[in-house]
Design a protein around this ligand. Structure first.
Ligand SMILES: Nc1nc2c(c(=O)[nH]1)N=C([C@H](O)[C@H](O)COP(=O)(O)OP(=O)(O)OP(=O)(O)O)CN2
Length: 179
């Protein structure tokens, strides 16, 4: 059985090397919608795949990209300095921030969060099925587990600035993922 939970963030980026010159040459933003699809072979005692409330860390993660500049680590030192000088909320990431890049990055992180979520209400084999990132009303990218072979990074390649981290209720979940 499949469940889906929707999250949102307002994010800014440039996507280098793409075909669209508007997109690759200009800092711009989108109202992103992130859909997280989760499956299980069993229902918990509440007749749920898993309670949506257990996705609170996923909410915190997605909210970390809200009013945040997503800075690809391959950007020039000049742009990096500019971004850090004029923005408090910066996510430095190992993928270019296309819809595809976000979908892969979020799949990687949400999968880790789910693996670190205690399931104590009779849940079955809870699995992340896919992460769909809508960049506009007309375009989205969706990452599945097999797509993770398209990228090569680990959690140490992802950095949230101090201003983002200080808004987290606590950083235990992030420390757990890093461990
Ligand atoms: N496969 C992808 N294509 C594009 C992406 C992307 O992430 N993956 N991103 C962009 C740009 O960021 C752009 O801002 C959005 O472009 P587009 O979909 O063309 O947006 P419009 O609102 O102009 O779309 P219309 O359908 O023409 O209204 C570009 N491509």
């Amino acid at each position: 059985m499949l469940i889906r939970k929707l999250f949102k963030f307002e994010g800014a980026h440039i996507v280098r090397n793409c075909s669209s010159h508007r997109c690759r040459e200009n800092i711009h933003g989108h109202s992103y919608i992130v859909e997280v699809f989760i499956t299980s072979d069993k229902l918990d005692r509440g007749y749920m795949v898993m309670d949506f409330v257990l996705l609170d860390k996923v909410k915190e993660l997605v909210d970390s990209f809200d009013h945040t500049y997503s800075l690809w680590r391959e950007e020039s030192e000049e742009l990096k300095s500019f971004v850090y000088k004029y923005n408090r909320r910066v996510a430095e990431i190992p993928v270019s921030p296309s819809a595809e890049g976000y979908a892969l990055l979020l799949f990687y992180l949400i999968d880790k969060i789910l693996q670190n979520t205690a399931h104590e209400n009779g849940e079955g084999n809870v699995q992340l099925s896919s992460v769909r990132v809508h960049e506009t009303a007309t375009g989205y990218a969706e990452a599945f587990r097999e797509d993770m072979k398209l990228v090569d990074f680990d959690i140490h390649d992802i950095r949230f600035s101090e201003a983002i981290r200080e808004e987290w209720k606590n950083d235990a979940w992030w420390k757990q993922l890093v461990k």
